[in-house]
Write a protein that binds this ligand. Structure first.
Ligand code: SAM
Length: 291
């Protein structure tokens, strides 16, 4: 029997724990998958690790051995109590009982860096609660937090959308946002039998490395992301039709001219647009409305 399975069963029994579905509690009990997450995160001794949703601590245990400090953010009070007991001997662990979506991560990371100038990289490592995967990841990538990488287990379908290359079949509007800020990589898939209780979906571990500079230059990234969202609201339609219906193009003629100017086909669909194409289209649009 795997170590993580033994420990999880023991802790659940001892503390009379039933996984709380509404908090997305699926405990990872596969030693190899846990090891692969930690290896995928490429942790060094001087790294500060932020773990979101540590649960009963199977991943936390490995992170504590590898890094300078681990800060765990866990919403469930019961888990916090168990973690405090379990890791009482560790001086490099801080546990915060908070909702990750409410916590001021900017302030938290700033304080840690001020307190310890030897911290090299800040890395997020987690088996995320799936019901809030997207808001958590958006919070981590959009806010210039000084995080170097994010290694997370999430639902496979979501993972593949996040790390797709923009302009391919797997692309969604979110793919462009992630690509703008990060370089994504698949680490591995994880079967649902590797969890207690088993989730209904297959999982995947991915790493997002935050770029030093965004993938493209654009006059206003917020406008670009709005245009992308509008285009993907009706992904089967041509770009001209979608963007004319939301007023990015005044009419189809204007759309045709714009696409010609950018060297794109008139019947191009959103999923054939590279991020560079959307950036150029955004600049063209902003120039046209500033005249
Ligand atoms: N890391 C553990 C593991 O791999 O076995 C547990 C992972 S479980 C998928 C997700 C964890 O996130 C649970 O412990 C849950 O209580 C916690 N959680 C759920 N919503 C949260 C939130 N908004 N903020 C912080 N933690 C949350």
């Amino acid at each position: 029997m795997s170590e993580a399975l033994k420990e999880t069963k023991f802790l659940m029994k001892k503390n009379k724990i039933k996984a709380n579905k509404s908090l997305g509690q699926n405990f990872l009990i596969d030693d190899l998958a846990l090891q692969d997450i930690v290896e995928g995160a490429e942790i060094c001794q001087n790294d500060l690790i932020i773990e979101i949703g540590p649960g009963l601590g199977s991943l936390t245990k490995l992170l504590l051995e590898k890094s300078k400090k681990v800060i765990c953010i866990e919403l469930d009070k019961k888990m916090v109590k168990i973690l405090k007991d379990r890791f009482i001997a560790y001086k490099n662990l801080e546990i915060i009982n908070e909702d990750v979506l409410r916590i001021d991560l900017n302030e938290l990371i700033k304080q840690e860096r001020e307190q310890d100038s030897n911290i090299k990289n800040v890395k997020v490592v987690a088996n995320l609660p799936y019901y809030i995967t997207t808001p958590i990841i958006m919070k981590l990538v959009e806010n210039d937090l000084g995080i170097n990488s994010i290694t997370v287990m999430i639902q496979k379908e979501v993972a593949e959308r996040l790390i797709a290359i923009p302009g391919t079949k797997e692309t969604g509007a979110i793919t462009y946002t992630i690509y703008y800020y990060c370089e994504g990589k698949k680490i591995r898939e994880v079967e649902n039998t590797c969890f207690i209780p088993e989730p209904e979906v297959t999982s995947e571990v991915i790493t997002l490395k935050l770029r030093e500079n965004p993938a493209v230059q654009v006059k206003d990234k917020k406008v670009m992301f709005k245009i992308i969202k509008s285009a993907y609201m009706q992904r089967r339609k041509t770009l001209i039709n979608s963007l004319t219906s939301v007023g990015v193009f005044k009419n189809k003629e204007e759309g045709t001219q714009a696409l010609r100017k950018l060297g794109l086909r008139e019947d191009i669909r959103p999923e054939n647009m590279k991020i560079e194409d959307f950036a150029k289209l955004t600049d063209l649009f902003l120039n046209s409305i500033s005249k």
